[in-house]
Design a protein around this ligand. Structure first.
Ligand SMILES: CSCCC(=O)C(=O)O
Ligand SMILES: [Fe+2]
Length: 187
């Protein structure tokens, strides 16, 4: 039997049922389920790892990735009901947007959703659990939400001085968007 890819223990992805999306914390599987593989995510330019979240501050594997990708900046943020502006912030991150740079997040505790658009502009829900690290390429439309657990602790990584600016959809004239479309969406 083929060994399961360890990343699949902490990252699952599926097509969501667009019509029933009132509560962003629900999984909204299609009926029947439509699973999306890590290879399909890679085709959209999305990179994934499973890392040792209990030791992220000293983890050699993470250090190697940071070095290879030039991630000089790293911080850690929490999202749960205790954070100030909880409602407002969660509303904002669920608005469809893109960035001019890669968005790299590493879930070191809790869990949550990142939704991305596929080549046909359909939503894929990516469920990140403890140990999941992900890179969304610059220019991909996406949004984020907490799951039923209402708690996530994320490490953010960035090459150089961080720019977190979200450009809400539509923003198709942005250079990063044009480059993304050319590289990953035009077959
Ligand atoms: C998984 S948290 C990412 C939320 C987001 O898209 C952002 O902060 O830009
Ligand atoms: Fe984002």
């Amino acid at each position: 039997m083929l060994r399961k890819d360890p990343r699949e223990e902490v990252i699952e992805a599926w097509y969501i049922d667009d019509d029933s999306n009132e509560n962003p914390s629900l999984p909204y599987h299609k009926e029947p389920k439509e699973v999306v593989s890590l290879d399909q995510l890679a085709e959209l330019g999305i990179l994934t790892w499973k890392l040792d979240a209990d030791n992220y501050e000293t983890d050699e594997e993470l250090n190697k990735i940071r070095e290879a990708r030039g991630y000089t900046y790293m911080d850690c943020i929490c999202n749960n009901e205790q954070v100030p502006n909880y409602e407002e912030m969660n509303k904002r991150i669920y608005e469809e947007h893109l960035h001019s740079d890669d968005e790299t997040r590493y879930c070191v505790d809790g869990s949550g959703y990142l939704d991305v658009r596929d080549v046909e502009d359909k939503w894929i829900r990516i469920w990140l659990k403890k140990g999941a690290m992900i890179v969304l390429p610059a220019g991909i439309y996406h949004r984020a939400s907490l799951d039923f657990n209402s708690y996530i602790k994320l490490v953010r990584l960035f090459a150089g001085n961080p720019v977190w600016t979200p450009h809400n959809r539509p923003n198709d004239d942005l250079q990063a968007r044009k480059e993304y479309v050319e590289k990953f969406l035009i077959q």
